[in-house]
Design a protein around this ligand. Structure first.
Ligand code: FES
Length: 131
């Protein structure tokens, strides 16, 4: 998993900025986690943000953020294979639809996902807004 020191500092600063103002709107809980150029179409990037493993996926025409943990046995999906909009776990090959986070062969199983916004070529994720 790749986490740059500069990115860690940026995330820490964003968290400090948000920590003292709990009354802000939900938009203020978005944290910049990566540059758009770090996740080109057809790629993925694993990060740790506020103690949570996040997987950014650029597939299906958009950026998606999921918890970087397979729903089978918690293996990081950042080491898996991305083909189109299908992400395959490296351990036992459970497959997930990156548009929905749903396990393809297992109805009702879905990755935890987070709201994403792109601003000025930065990827922002709402860690507190998981679904
Ligand atoms: S841990 Fe992912 S399929 Fe088993």
């Amino acid at each position: 998993m790749k986490v740059s020191p500069a990115l860690s500092l940026l995330v820490a600063a964003a968290l400090r900025a948000n920590a003292g103002d709990l009354g802000k709107a939900a938009a203020d809980s978005l944290i910049p986690v990566a540059d758009l150029g770090e996740v080109p179409p057809g790629s993925k990037l694993g990060l740790r943000v506020a103690g949570t493993r996040i997987l950014l996926v650029n597939a299906g025409g958009g950026i998606h953020a999921f918890e970087d943990r397979c729903r089978h046995r918690d293996v990081p999906l950042c080491d898996g294979k991305l083909e189109g909009a299908v992400l395959t776990c490296p351990a036992h090959e459970w497959r997930y639809d990156t548009d929905t986070g749903c396990a393809i062969e297992r109805p009702g199983v879905r990755l935890r996902s987070f709201p994403v916004r792109i601003e000025a070529a930065r990827i922002l994720v709402d860690i507190g807004g998981s679904r």
